[in-house]
Design a protein around this ligand. Structure first.
Ligand code: SPV
Ligand code: MG
Length: 531
């Protein structure tokens, strides 16, 4: 993994166990570092370690409990699994004494294998174990019993990849080198894929002696925690294959956090620590924020880029929208692909307003409602006058039309009412039939004689078009006048803005009067008659 990325690559054909086995097959020593959460695992990976040691000591300490088999297998597995999910390098899990007898080991193997762990290490201590560096009780399990656990582990694993490391605690328990070698050989013969010789003195000599006397091809793992002056390269040259820096991340963290907290209290502010702690940018990077942003662009439609709709006050008082009509209208809007709907009719909204609609309260005209709507960054805004009911089919066509400002124009012949808002369009009419100009038609004027269409109550605005509309609404406000949606569209056309038209012949209805609304509601619920 490159230092710039923080997350596991999506497709990895080789399992973590295969990758660890490949590392073992290469010449030279393999170095892994202890961690107790995915953040620590990522830091180890970024620093260049070949893998991560899911340390029982670290996980226990991070939970504030001693490393004495207090945590359950599930708790330790949960941490190891989350680390394996967060990094590309293999995770080697410290599984203490196997959480019980051979039955527990078999269950453990299945679980760790399923979690994508590359290797497990079990130690030949009696359950419950005590951390190897704690003075006092360090009880070893009988060799036969531990060999049984190792054989059970190999029997339980489903795929040959997972490595089982047998950890020898004879030097820790003070049983001597011969016992350590005798145990190591028995464990290798029982099927261990590697043996770990643990030691706690300041000198590396006991470990070097073990390596000198180790005769079997089974690789040897070492943990130079107390004998830290020797390098990994030297340990490798002496015959060790895997070097585990088991708890240095935990200890570094304790020192750094303790120092930072005390400094803050001492100075009563954080200025003194700012240049010693990671900037937030590093935190975001380690969390994989950059990757998430990339995925966002690829997979998620930003909310802002979705169309929104608002029902704005029409020309007539009171609002002709009944609860039934508002419900139906909202459903029509949603069917046309709109998710967020605001209602700002001039009259009182019915008490039962449709679900998941926002209310723009206290606006008696469209201009006020338009100014209340926030500017749009990328999505379209569809405005619907409350004195029209429009079905989803024309709304869908309107939303698909493109352009900065586009209105719905009813061009059906001879059906315009006296209270209609006339639209002049540049499409070609011939004896009552119409030819579109290609990209849809353009509104050349609003009102007056000779119009060939009628405003059908709905218009859609790009973010740029909506900004122009807000400007027009602002001017109306500054002049102290109210404005309907049709008035604002007139302002835009007269102000030289390109206003397109989607021509329709059906799919909407005026709601100028209460009688209109009742009639529309009747038709929509199947109880009304066509007039
Ligand atoms: C651990 O990290 O939990 C280990 C290694 O088992 S040590 O603590 O060094 O024994
Ligand atoms: Mg441990």
């Amino acid at each position: 993994m490159s230092a710039a990325t923080t997350e596991a690559s999506p497709v990895s054909v080789r399992s973590a166990a295969d990758r660890l086995r490949e590392l073992f097959a290469r010449p030279g020593v393999v170095r892994i570092a202890g961690a107790h959460n995915p953040l620590g695992a990522r830091l180890a990976e970024r620093a260049g370690f070949d893998g991560v040691w899911s340390s029982g000591l670290e996980v226990s300490a991070s939970q504030g409990v001693p490393d004495t088999d207090i945590l359950t297998m599930s708790e330790l597995l949960g941490v190891a699994a989350s680390m394996a999910a967060a990094v590309d390098v293999p995770v080697v899990a410290d599984c203490d004494a196997g959480y019980g007898n051979a039955h527990n080991v078999m269950n453990m193997i299945r679980r760790y294998e399923a979690a994508g762990i590359a290797a497990v290490s079990i130690e030949d201590k009696r359950f419950p174990k005590v951390n190897s560096f704690i003075p006092g009780r360090q009880e070893l399990a009988p060799v036969g019993e531990f060999c049984g656990k190792l054989a059970a582990a190999k029997e339980a694993q489903r795929h040959p990849g997972l490595m089982v490391i047998a950890r020898i605690e004879a030097l820790i328990a003070g049983w001597g080198m011969d016992e350590a070698l005798r145990r190591g050989e028995a464990y290798a013969k029982a099927g261990a894929d590697a043996v770990l010789i643990h030691a706690k003195g300041a000198s590396p000599e006991p470990v070097l002696q073990f390596l000198r006397e180790w005769q079997l091809p089974t690789p040897v793992v070492v943990v130079p925690t107390t004998y830290h002056t020797i390098t990994a390269t030297e340990l490798g040259e002496a015959g060790a294959k895997l070097v585990i820096y088991a708890n240095h991340g935990l200890r570094a963290g304790i020192t750094a956090v303790d120092d930072t907290f005390r400094t803050i209290l001492r100075h009563d502010r954080t200025t003194g620590v700012e240049d010693r702690i990671a900037p937030l940018a590093t935190v975001f990077d380690l969390q994989g924020m950059a990757t998430q942003k990339r995925h966002e662009a690829e997979f998620i439609t930003p909310f802002e880029s979705r169309a929104r709709a608002a029902v704005v006050p029409g020309a007539e008082e009171p609002s002709a929208h009944t609860a039934v009509l508002l419900d139906r209208q909202t459903a029509e809007l949603r069917r046309s692909g709109i998710e967020s709907v605001s209602l700002a009719t001039s009259g009182d909204l019915p008490a039962q307003r449709p679900q998941d609609t926002a209310v723009l309260a206290g606006h008696t005209d469209a201009a006020g409602a338009v100014l209340e709507l926030p500017a749009s960054q990328s999505g379209a805004t569809l405005l619907l006058s409350s004195d029209a009911y429009v079905q989803s089919e024309p709304l869908t066509r309107l939303l698909a039309a493109g352009g900065d400002v586009t209105v719905l124009a009813d061009v059906a012949v001879g059906r315009h009412r006296a209270d209609a808002v006339p639209l002049h369009l540049d499409s070609r009419a011939h004896e009552g039939r119409r030819l579109s100009t290609g990209d849809g038609s353009r509104v050349t004027g609003v009102g007056g004689q000779g119009a060939c269409g009628e405003f059908a109550g709905a218009a859609v605005f790009s973010p740029k078009g909506f900004a122009a509309l807000r400007e027009a609404a602002d001017k109306r406000r500054a002049n102290g006048s109210t404005a309907t949606l049709a008035d604002l569209l007139t302002d835009l056309v007269e102000g030289g803005h390109q206003v397109g038209a989607v021509e329709i012949g059906s799919g909407w209805m005026e709601l100028r009067t209460v009688a209109d609304a009742e009639h529309a509601a009747g038709l929509l619920t199947g109880q009304g008659e066509v007039r």
